[in-house]
Design a protein around this ligand. Sequence first.
Ligand code: FAD
Length: 317
Amino acid sequence: MKVTDHIKKAKGETLFSFEIIPPKKGNSIQELYNNIDPLMEFKPPFIDVTTSREEYVYIEKEGLLDRKITRMRPGTVGICAAIKHKYDVDTVPHVLCGGFTKEETEYLLVDCHYLGIENVMALRGDAMSHQKYFEASNGGHLYASQLVDQIQNLNKGKYLHDVIETNHKADFCIGVAGYPEKHIEAPSLQTDLKRLKEKVDRGADYVVTQMFFDNDKYFAFVEAAKKAGITVPIIPGIKPIAVKRHLQLLPQVFKIDLPEDLIQAVESCKNNKEVRQVGVEWCIQQSKELQAAGVPVLHYYSMGKSDNIKAIASAIF
Ligand code: FAD
C-alpha cells in the first residue's frame, strides 16, 4: 500500500515508522532483523531502507595503491523485499541519483515493481568524499526532481529511450526530502522551498524532513511550505542523540542547529549511557508535541539500533 494511503487510512492518527541502514557487506541480515523485531509491536505501516553512495577504497598491491570503487552497504532493494516478506509490512527503498545511470535506475525500479514495492524515496545523494560538489554519474540525474520525472514517466508507462511498447504503467508513490533548516547547498530557505515545490509539482506525493531537534523549526517549515503552495504531507524525521560526539557531528554533517538546553544536558552527562537517556527523553518530548500537533507520521532515524527507538515508541504509541 502507498504511504499516502496509509496516512489517509489513519484518519488523523499519528503513525509510527522508521528508517534503517543496510548492514555492511559481508555481514548477516540477522542483526537487522534483531533490531526490527522489537519495533514491530508499534505496527509501522512502512519502513525506509537507505541507499549508500559508492566510495573509493585503496588496496596496496606491490608497493602501489590500487583504487577501487565499492558500495559498502549494498542490497537496499533486496532488504526491502526481505523485510516485506518477513514482516508483511510496506518498505520504501531510497533511490539515489548519485552513482546510478538512468538505465540502472530504471532496472532498479522494474525490480521494485516485480517485488510489489509501491513506494520509493527519490533523493539526489551527497557528493562523494573526494568531490567538492555533487556530480551526476555518466548520464545520471543532477537533481532529485529529475529522478522524480523518471519515476513519474514509468507511472505513465514511458520507459527510457522509447524503444519498447508497454502495456503496464507503474504506480509508485514518491517521497522526497525536505529541510526545515535548509539544505546545506541552498542559498536560502526560500530558494530551497522553491526547489521542494518543483519536486512536488513534478509528482512527489509526500515529503520526509531532515532531522531537527527544535520542533519550532519544523512547524515554521510546514507553514512556509504551505504558503509556497506545497500541500502534500510533510512527515517529520527525528533522531535521538546517542553519543556525546553527536554534538559536533550532527551540525557538521547535516547543517542543523541543536537547542541550547539539549547541548547543556548532553554536556553534563558522565558517559554515553547517560547521553543515550538524554537523547531518548528529548525525543519523547519532541514526539509528544509533534503528535499533539497532528503530524501524519513520526518517522525515526534508527541508524540500525532499536533500543532507544523502542523506548521512545513505548512512551508515544
Ligand atoms: P535535491 O532535491 O536535488 O536538492 C539538492 C540541492 O540542490 C538543494 O540545495 C536544492 O535547493 C538544490 N536544487 C534542487 N534543484 C535545483 C535546480 N534545478 N537548480 C539549482 N539548484 C537546485 N542520502 C543518501 O546517500 N542515501 C539515503 O538513503 C538518504 N536518505 C535520505 C532521507 C531523507 C529523509 C533525507 C532528508 C535525506 C536523505 N539523504 C540520503 C541525504 C540526501 O541525499 C542529501 O541531503 C543530498 O545532499 C540532497 O538530496 P535531495 O534529494 O534533497 O536533493
